[in-house]
Write a protein that binds this ligand. Structure first.
Ligand code: AMP
Ligand code: MG
Length: 321
């Protein structure tokens, strides 16, 4: 069985195709970028609509398939930016109706976790989901995904991007911050862990103010990384202690960051916990995870025109729902 998955929750429009054996057939994506300023949802939507046919064509070519050859179509139903979600939903509906394929709406966050599990062969890890919009420490307990800790205001990627936007690094800023941090030294910033939760926005405001006072970009990038990543490491370690799980799995676009990986590996080594990182290509937003989640939810699905016509987006869908 093959599933074609469509991702469009935020900046990325992607299509992946996977078999139920886990064999990857295609994963093609394109990201909405800006020179300066952050993501404008309506502009991102336009990007997705402009690029969708081209991405589909490329994915089918990579998989050496036609749409007729896939068995199911899945799409990210939420959470995400409503205009972006609508672009993906409309395209998924259009394809499902045209080719008479079952359509499965998946939770984007669960898709991140499940593709991480299959690619790293982790069995029952504590997950750190560190994406643009989301920062959550998650584990599967009592038959559902539970959130053990999370960012109270903005996610870690968005926090880095917000700082980057303010000092003129453009979007996304994470990789540029990582580069600049290599030449920086430590300046003190607030450290805000409340119970199992982390709060980034005040620290970002503080860093922006320090930048205005002339503290160097390099020093602020270095210190932001040290501070925000230490906060994440602290709550992850506590979640490991609480759940007594023996695996930690880092997922999300921010998982590309070498310093974050280093901090978490040191902690895991101390605790004798197996640490895995989802490969960069599959840790940020992409369609493959949506396709795989479609496979996991494919039991007993069939083509149902009325259901497909009624399916809608869920912009605020939480992982523990
Ligand atoms: P996602 O939402 O999972 O696609 O991840 C996108 C986020 O990852 C953006 O906020 C980026 O700034 C961030 N990001 C990408 N690469 C890095 C990096 N090397 N260091 C820190 N953040 C990064
Ligand atoms: Mg994501």
């Amino acid at each position: 069985m093959r599933c074609l998955g469509i991702e469009s929750t935020a900046h990325t429009f992607g299509i992946g195709i996977i078999e139920d054996t886990g064999k990857i057939l295609a994963n093609v994506k394109d990201m909405y970028k800006t020179e300066k300023g952050g993501i404008i949802p309506l502009e991102a939507k336009k990007h997705h609509e402009r690029i969708k046919e081209e991405i589909l064509e490329k994915a089918l070519k990579e998989a050496k398939l036609k749409v007729e050859d896939v068995d199911i179509i899945s799409f990210s139903q939420g959470p995400g930016l409503a205009p972006c979600l609508v672009a993906g939903k409309n395209f998924a509906k259009e394809l499902a109706l045209k080719y008479k394929k079952p359509l499965i709406g998946v939770n984007h966050l669960i898709a991140h976790l499940e593709i991480g599990k299959i690619l790293t062969k982790a069995k029952d890890p504590v997950f750190i989901l560190a994406t643009g919009a989301n920062t959550q420490i998650i584990a599967f307990e009592g038959n559902k995904y539970r959130i053990f800790g999370e960012a109270l205001s903005i996610g870690i990627g968005n926090a880095l991007d917000k700082f980057g936007r303010d000092i003129g690094l453009g979007f996304p800023s994470g990789p540029k911050i990582e580069e600049l941090a290599k030449k920086g030294k430590y300046v003190e910033l607030a450290y805000v862990v409340k119970g199992m939760d982390v709060e980034f926005s005040g620290i970002i405001t503080q860093a922006i103010n320090l930048a205005k006072k002339g503290v160097s970009k390099e020093d602020l990038c270095f210190s932001l990384q040290e501070t925000l990543f230490a906060m994440l490491t602290e709550v992850s370690e506590r979640a490991l202690a609480h759940t007594e799980k023996k695996e930690l799995l880092l997922i999300g676009g921010v998982a590309a960051n070498k310093r974050l990986i280093q901090m978490l590996s040191i902690t895991c080594k101390d605790r004798k916990v197996k640490f895995s990182v989802v490969p960069v290509e599959y840790s940020g937003d992409q369609g493959l995870m949506v396709a795989w989640q479609g496979i996991l939810q494919s039991k007993n699905v069939k083509f149902d025109k009325k259901k497909i016509e009624e399916i809608d987006i869920k912009p605020n869908w939480r992982i523990d729902d």
